[in-house]
Design a protein around this ligand. Structure first.
Ligand code: AGP
Length: 608
């Protein structure tokens, strides 16, 4: 997934584009570039590598004077990271320059068609095909050429276009990829998301699929694919610029780990009134009592939230819950009907696998509820109902505060559904709600006492292979602990159901293999203890993660132990995830990894 940004106005465009790209770099960072429309020509400056390389190449922007331009930061899909494959891409005659986020699935056929008509290509990318195609249809009106060209495109795209014949104008168009336009005073913008522009404006409009926008310094006009004009609502985003910087922390990830208590509080507080959870604006009670099952669909860490939610919702509400990877859902002939509640979980709200899975679930008749962190995102707009988490902008590629707010949201859903179905006793309901409201304070206690975790990370940062094991919600949490470690420290790790390890994979356990035994769930702690002893008997080094009241039971069997405050079972993962996040963070820190922008990753994967 890539980041695109455009500016037209009275200020020099290049510095504004570079700043916007800096705020979008979390979307992809293997190469970057800008194009400045200088009238007679379009000046292109681009380079492989981080944005800092581009900034240096264009002297902070002063090597590219001009008031209109587009910019791009890349996560390679077609064509390896290189100078020539970097965006912006231009038509052969240099008249059209574009930036693109997405994948044009029929680019090969279009490229062949254009080459047969004499067009010569420079790069391996699908984006260059789009630039050449726009120029192929160009008859003097850039809007008409873009509208005509995109009718030939299949796949996903958010495009920003400049044309040397039209020096004041930007054209923007999207299909199945995020794109916003934004309003200034005598200047206007487009971008992949509002983060790029939050220091300039908070007034935005969201383009719907296939709509086009013509952006000039005097205003923004919107069109259908057949060039009928449409009007778009303006929104004011409630993020402030402080959310987009590190606030004095070394990494966004650490800042976001530390922000979790407040993020969880902001997420649950609006839905708890007079000691009751009220989600009635998302889920009608009649439907809750009619529905037959819940299917949770997501990717990555959001999928791990789904696995925990499955255990919690089934335990409290006694309704079947299935968790399906979004990338699998569409191709497994899912059995879905109007009595199925499909819950899609996504931080970005732009994950293509999850968006397409949600659309498939809707087509099959399901009721859809999306748990999303970004307002106005594609998954939020496509869902029937939305539960917005209040994590605020999450910049680090590895999610932390969004994960925790999603977890809190699913506990509210579990409580509400259980209560509506009469499946939970008043005392259990009150106990869980009381403990949920205490989660932020208990999180703060864990975060205040992180030195032991930092010390343990220092003992183990040279490991190259380790296991996370647990049972029930501890297993579900192990999935996230393992992914956090893998994605930022590049250490290979596996999360395994503790009871399953002995059925084969235990053959990989040798002397000093690090095994992290997550054992907070009291009902199964003896079982997990036995599994920990099994690996210890084979030479493993076992670190336990448990709750205070179980520490004595486990400490003799563990080489090290990390504890969390006691809480209700359904909330154990909300607390136990913090030590696992911190452990991964500190290990990556000691290994000198690029924590906020890990190799090969992007914050939101908007391609399938
Ligand atoms: C989380 O640390 C990863 N960056 C990744 O697994 C992420 O959770 C996944 O891509 C889903 O993203 P979403 O929540 O924005 O849909």
């Amino acid at each position: 997934m890539c980041g695109i940004v455009g500016y037209t106005g009275f200020r020099q465009a290049a510095p504004i584009l570079l700043e916007g790209l800096e705020r979008l770099e979390y979307r992809g960072y293997d190469s970057a570039g800008i194009a400045i429309n200088q009238g007679e020509e379009i000046k292109i400056i681009k380079s492989m590598g981080r944005l800092s390389a581009l900034r240096e190449k264009c002297g902070g922007g002063c090597c590219a004077p001009g008031f209109v331009g587009i910019g791009h930061t890349r996560w390679a899909t077609h064509g390896r990271p290189s100078d020539v494959n970097s965006h912006p891409h231009v038509s052969e005659n240099g008249r059209i320059a574009i930036v693109h986020n997405g994948i044009i699935e029929n680019f090969a056929a279009l490229k062949e068609m254009l080459m047969k008509r004499g067009r010569v290509f420079q790069s391996e990318t699908d984006t260059e095909v789009a630039a050449q195609l726009i120029d192929y249809f160009y008859k003097g009106n850039i809007l008409e050429a873009v509208a005509r060209a995109v009718r030939e495109l299949e796949g996903s795209y958010a495009l920003g276009v400049v044309c040397s014949d039209d020096p004041d104008t930007l054209v923007a168009v999207k299909s199945h990829a995020p794109l916003i336009v934004a309003y200034g005073e005598g200047e206007n913008y487009f971008a992949s998301d509002v983060m790029a522009l939050v220091s300039h404006t908070k007034t935005v409009s969201y383009l719907d699929d296939d709509e086009l926008a013509v952006v000039t310094k005097d205003g923004i006009k919107f069109y259908t694919p057949f060039l009928d004009t449409v009007s778009k609502e303006k929104f004011t985003v409630d993020w402030d610029v402080s959310a987009a910087d590190k606030g004095g922390y070394e990494h966004y990830m650490f800042k976001e780990i530390m922000e979790q208590p407040e993020a969880v509080f902001r997420t649950i507080e609006p839905y708890v009134r007079s000691g009751r959870v009220d989600l009635s604006d998302m889920l009608e009670k009649d439907y809750i009592n009619k529905m037959e099952r819940i299917v949770i669909i997501a990717c990555g860490s959001s999928g791990h939230v789904g696995v925990i939610a499955k255990y919690n919702i089934e335990k409290l509400a006694r309704i079947p819950v299935e968790v399906v990877l979004a990338s699998e859902f569409r191709y497994c002939d899912p059995i879905i009907n109007s009595n199925t509640l499909v819950i899609c979980i996504s931080q970005s709200g732009e994950t293509a696998d999850t968006l397409e899975a949600q659309n498939e679930a809707k087509r099959l008749g399901a009721k859809t509820l999306a748990i999303v962190n970004v307002e106005g995102s594609s998954i939020a707009k496509s869902a029937e109902k939305v539960f917005y988490t209040k994590a605020g902008p999450e910049i680090a590629v590895a999610t932390t505060k969004a994960y925790s707010t999603q977890l809190a949201a699913t506990v509210l859903v579990a409580l509400y559904v259980a209560d509506c179905r009469g499946a939970i006793s008043p005392s259990e309901y009150e106990s869980i709600l009381s403990e949920l409201k205490a989660v932020p304070e208990k999180m703060r206690k864990i975060l205040d006492d992180k030195s032991n975790i930092q010390y343990l990370a220092y003992q183990h940062f040279n490991n190259e292979d380790l296991f996370f094991i647990g049972r029930n919600i501890d297993y579900a949490l192990s999935l996230e602990g393992s992914l956090k470690l893998k994605e930022i420290s590049y250490i290979h790790s596996e999360a395994y159901a503790a009871g399953e390890l002995k059925h084969g994979t235990i053959s990989l356990v040798v002397n000093e293999t690090l095994v992290i035994a997550v054992a907070t769930y009291e009902r199964l702690v003896e079982k997990t203890l036995s599994n920990a002893l099994e690996v210890k008997a084979r030479g493993a080094h076992v670190m336990g993660v448990t709750k205070e009241s179980l520490k004595d039971k486990l400490s003799s069997a563990m080489d090290e132990i990390i504890t969390i405050p006691d809480t209700h079972d359904v909330l154990l993962p909300s607390l136990a995830v913090l030590p696992l996040q911190l452990f991964a963070y500190y290990i990556a820190l000691y290994r000198g990894c690029d924590i906020d922008k890990p190799r090969n990753l992007a914050k939101s994967v908007t391609v399938e």
